[in-house]
Design a protein around this ligand. Structure first.
Ligand code: SF4
Length: 212
């Protein structure tokens, strides 16, 4: 795919959604961190239902630590893998208090050292809470990047690196949200809605004709 096409694709995605953001509810870096840890293999809607109850009661490392593992589980037990997520969040709160003055760090290394925080979670927090142009490649971004030809790659790290290199600078900050939303609602896994896709004429997916 050439540069001009990428510029046109992101221009259209931006035009259709000028200020994209995560669909997880949060009002601080710490709330976002907890929500993203909870969102592994869970839907944003399911996580929001749990955090809508949890955050009014506890939205700081100190307050969640005070709930304890069992207390925290009461709020998140509707979410998959809640047992291990509760333990990871409690351990993370302890580290934030002991090593980061109760704040969420804005450095990749420090974030990835937190229990329950992998590269993808760190990228979401760096991008969405701290405004850094990180690229959290999830299943949607991986699919859209490969199908369209924006940044093809065999694994998520390859796609992440290509996106960081190939997405025009002016779109870098918001690119991952546009790609996630495009994958979630239009370029869906089983039946992409190519007939209703605003970048169909630019997309290099060979089978797109089957879905028009
Ligand atoms: S044309 Fe189809 S395959 Fe290409 S981006 Fe749009 S929905 Fe996805």
């Amino acid at each position: 795919m050439n540069k001009q096409k990428r510029i046109e694709i992101f221009s259209r995605l931006r035009e259709s959604n000028p200020s994209p953001t995560t669909e997880l509810n949060y009002s601080s870096p710490f709330e976002l961190l907890v929500a993203v840890i909870l969102s592994a293999q869970a839907t944003d809607v399911g996580v929001n239902k749990a955090t809508d109850r949890l955050f009014p009661v506890a939205n700081t490392p100190e307050a969640i630590l005070a709930l304890g593992v069992e207390g925290l589980k009461e709020y998140i037990k509707t979410i998959g893998l809640f047992n291990s997520k509760a333990e990871n969040i409690i351990k993370t709160c302890r580290i934030l208090i002991d090593q980061h003055g109760g704040e969420v760090p804005d450095k990749r290394e420090a974030l990835e050292a937190l229990p329950g925080v992998g590269r993808k979670t760190a990228n979401v927090v760096l991008n969405t809470a701290f405004g850094q142009p990180a690229m959290a490649v999830d299943t949607h971004i991986f699919r859209v990047s490969n199908r369209t030809g924006i940044a093809p790659g065999k694994n998520v790290l390859e796609v992440e690196n290509r996106l960081l290199r190939l997405v025009p600078k002016e779109f870098l900050q918001d690119a991952h949200h546009w790609l996630i939303l495009h994958g979630r609602y239009t370029c869906t896994a089983r039946k992409p809605k190519c007939g209703a896709c605003i970048i169909e004429d630019l997309c290099e997916f060979k089978q797109k004709r089957d879905y028009l």
